[in-house]
Design a protein around this ligand. Structure first.
Ligand SMILES: Cc1cc2nc3c(=O)[nH]c(=O)nc-3n(C[C@H](O)[C@H](O)[C@H](O)COP(=O)(O)OP(=O)(O)OC[C@H]3O[C@@H](n4cnc5c(N)ncnc54)[C@H](O)[C@@H]3O)c2cc1C
Ligand code: SF4
Length: 261
């Protein structure tokens, strides 16, 4: 396992360093993948789709903080294409293990929300409609929402809103409260932001295939890499989620022991 900070050299309007989209684009262009399951959106409501060209990937950039049914596409994808990729959260990657996938790109994840929940939070707490949002992020204990406000002839101005995550975390999807995987440990490569500078990705390389692809991408000038990841910051979040293993063991005990009720 190897940790790298990575930034794309392509001009992509991405969530963090743009590594995810650049990697997938490289794989589709070079025959490493025939198709990949990614997530677009309608007003930030996730729409999972199958991309077969780098251009088709462009509407999948940026994180949508809602549940996306990515794995519903895997049966169709693996029946119709030889080399299939999946981008997903740790729970998608776990579910994807039952399919024959060429590349699994896992995203770091602490929690996620139903679309209606996130829409209501943004409306009630910030007074914004979803079509006004230009980016969402959960970082450094805050849920951050950005909008691009028109500024006459001067173009647009970025406005940033923050809500402490503690105030909304109880509204997250029920399954996320018992989830034990932060860094998508079953993926071939895991990607997030924690542990790297703003505008960069933290990348965990989990096998030789991905290491070779990344080396080729560096040689071709597609990405910039640094060995500066704050691994402890990643491990801290991994350990917080691992604590749920104990809660799950207790739940299993109660589930199999009806005499207790
Ligand atoms: C719900 C959620 C929670 C996250 N929590 C954290 C966190 O706590 N800490 C952290 O460091 N990183 C977290 N991430 C990962 C981070 O937001 C970025 O996705 C990651 O750094 C990759 O950035 P990028 O610039 O390479 O992405 P881009 O190149 O912009 O590509 C974004 C990719 O994300 C995929 N995607 C978007 N929304 C979803 C979704 N809802 N479900 C599945 N796939 C999706 C798209 O298909 C696309 O391939 C989270 C992501 C999501 C979606
Ligand atoms: S916290 Fe776990 S269950 Fe919830 S979306 Fe993230 S990976 Fe999936």
């Amino acid at each position: 396992m190897k940790y790298l900070s990575v930034k794309s050299k392509l001009n992509i309007d991405a969530q963090d360093g743009g590594f995810t989209t650049t990697l997938l684009s490289y794989c589709l262009e070079n025959g490493i993948l025939d198709a990949v399951v990614v997530v677009g959106d309608k007003n930030w409501k996730p729409v999972a789709y199958l991309a077969t060209t780098p251009t088709e990937l462009l509407k999948s950039t940026k994180s949508k903080y809602s549940i996306s049914p990515n794995n519903k596409l895997l049966e169709y994808a693996t029946e119709n294409y030889d080399k299939v990729g999946l981008v997903g959260l740790p729970c998608h990657i776990l579910g994807g293990l039952q399919f024959n996938l060429t590349l699994k790109v896992g995203l770091f994840c602490t929690k996620n929300f139903y679309y209606e929940t996130i829409k209501n939070i943004i409306k009630e707490r910030l007074g914004l409609n979803m079509d006004e949002v230009s980016k969402m992020n959960i970082t450094k204990g805050k849920f951050v929402v950005e909008t691009l406000k028109k500024k006459g002839f001067a173009g647009t101005e970025k406005v940033v809103y923050e809500i402490p995550i503690k105030e909304i975390e109880k509204l997250c999807n029920l399954g996320c409260r018992v989830c034990t995987d932060f860094s998508a440990k079953y993926a071939d490569v895991s990607v997030g932001s924690v542990g790297s500078e703003d505008g960069w990705n933290t990348v965990i390389i989990r096998n030789k295939m991905v290491e070779d692809i990344i080396n080729e991408m560096v040689e071709k000038g597609l990405i910039e890499v640094k060995e500066t990841v704050d691994i402890k910051a990643v491990e801290k979040l991994e350990n917080i989620k691992k604590k749920n293993e104990e809660i799950n063991k207790c739940s299993a005990y109660f589930a199999v022991c009806p005499a207790l009720f």
